[in-house]
Design a protein around this ligand. Sequence first.
Ligand SMILES: CC(C)(COP(=O)(O)OP(=O)(O)OC[C@H]1O[C@@H](n2cnc3c(N)ncnc32)[C@H](O)[C@@H]1OP(=O)(O)O)[C@@H](O)C(=O)NCCC(=O)NCCS
Length: 162
Amino acid sequence: MKAKKQAKITIKNLNSCREYIPLVSKWLWKQWAKRHHQTLKEIIYRTEYFSGKKCPQVLIAFYNNHPAGTVSLLKTDHPYRQDLGPWLSFMFVLPKYRGKRIGQALQKALLETAQKAKFNKVYLMTDLKNYYEKSGWKFIESGLYTEGRITNFYEHKLPVKF
Ligand SMILES: CC(C)(COP(=O)(O)OP(=O)(O)OC[C@H]1O[C@@H](n2cnc3c(N)ncnc32)[C@H](O)[C@@H]1OP(=O)(O)O)[C@@H](O)C(=O)NCCC(=O)NCCS
């Protein structure tokens, strides 16, 4: 019987494979920006400048060499909480690749990236329940976001052993 080939998840910095900027931008536009009336062109422009060396940075995940997900390390991600940062933001896995631990791999790679950039903490905000806790994120508090919505803030201390 033929052995089943193990699936491979690879994470790269988008700065090292900039040809994927339009594709990653399209994912982010469809998932978040479109409903805020931002154009795809604006999101491509933003992603080009997100793809820097220290922060901001964008990561892309490949599943068996197919582009499958992304996450960003940003200086700011919240209009009122400028006291916090950097942030894990724009975490996204294509629907057909969900449930394959790509999200976990992206989080780990993002924390490694932040650690290399000498940050001692990373923040995120989310409405998801019991997702980030699985990777060691600690809930800090709930607070206001835009349009009167309430969101939950989490932090992850660094350094960690990978
Ligand atoms: C959330 C998201 C990134 C998860 O990606 P994924 O690659 O499917 O996640 P993983 O396979 O790494 O999941 C790891 C664990 O989290 C759980 N999980 C996955 N999605 C979850 C969700 N939406 N809520 C709670 N738990 C979730 C999995 O069941 C798995 O649990 P286990 O360890 O007990 O088996 C993906 O569903 C997505 O892109 N969603 C739309 C965008 C979004 O909501 N982004 C987050 C914004 S804060």
